[in-house]
Design a protein around this ligand. Structure first.
Ligand code: MTE
Ligand code: MO
Length: 258
């Protein structure tokens, strides 16, 4: 494989700035997941979805650090009461693992130190909740694209589902847990990250510790907190009430673009 080809494919995916692209083939193949990226790129090209235009996707506006909101509201669940989460809190999240499975070639788990060792992205963005409030925060995390390229999506994967540790309506139940889903355009968007820091500190429990999604061109309810598992699926019809997310099952729109 020529490095030209790698660069061209990476550019198609909008990965030029992600830090994964090195100059030569020899260097490139040493990066875990790089092969997966190429295979994903194959699939994206083959599938002919609008995904190949990911590099042309607009970025959400980014702000100055001086514009960060002093008291960013925490909303929805602010402290999960499920047994699994309570155990994680007791261990101060040292037992935490993010599972990545479903329609992937290589199901994989990441500890927090493993996630933090991956290239990160930091962004200062505005969060808009459908309830009518907004707040600006700084988020640091791993691009979701990096995680998905490591696990290598299968060709029939069309959505990425986030399974959370909380049940908003029935807090101690481990059924009916919060979940969300996004399509591959948002999943590979450069500002879509799994965040472990907020405003320069470890993500606080009210905001989704230890790991939450930031998908910056969508409304707040898409930004799954307390994420335990990322599942690649062809369809979300079989999850929850089949509408693609906890709030979607209550009647909210699946596509919550701002
Ligand atoms: N797991 C989980 N994720 C969630 C929620 C929730 O209740 N549980 N609430 C959503 C809503 S409606 C919003 S506005 C944001 C709030 O994020 P914040 O608490 O950091 O402000 O999280 C979203 N993600
Ligand atoms: Mo929200």
């Amino acid at each position: 494989m020529s490095s030209n080809l790698i660069t061209r494919r990476a550019t198609l995916l909008g990965l030029g700035g992600s830090g994964l692209i090195l100059s030569g083939c020899e260097q490139a193949v040493q990066i875990p997941g790089f092969q997966g990226m190429l295979e994903s790129a194959e699939h994206l090209n083959r599938s002919g979805q609008r995904l190949v235009l990911a590099s042309g996707q607009p970025l959400a506006r980014e702000y100055q650090r001086s514009e960060i909101t002093k008291n960013f509201k925490a909303n929805g669940t602010v402290r999960p009461q499920t047994d699994i989460y309570k155990r994680l809190v007791v261990s101060e999240f040292s037992d935490y693992k993010l599972t990545v499975d479903g329609l992937v070639e290589k199901p994989i788990e990441f500890t927090l130190p493993e996630l933090k060792a991956l290239p990160s992205r930091t962004q200062v963005t505005r969060h808009d909740c459908v309830e009518g409030w907004s707040a600006i925060g700084m988020w640091k995390g791993v691009p979701l694209s990096t995680i998905l390229m490591t696990a290598r999506l299968k060709p029939n994967a069309r959505y990425v589902v986030f399974h959370c540790a909380d049940n908003l309506f029935n807090p101690t139940s481990d059924m009916g847990l919060y979940y969300e889903s996004i399509d591959l355009v948002d999943a590979f968007h450069p500002q879509t990250i799994m965040a472990y820091e907020m405003n320069g500190e470890a993500l606080p429990i009210p905001h989704g510790a230890p790991l939450r999604l930031r998908v910056e061109r969508q409304l707040g309810y898409k930004m799954a907190k307390y994420v335990l598992r990322i599942e690649a699926v062809e369809s979300f019809a079989g999850l929850g009430l089949g509408r693609g997310g906890f709030w979607e099952d209550q009647g909210y729109e699946w596509y919550a673009g701002i």
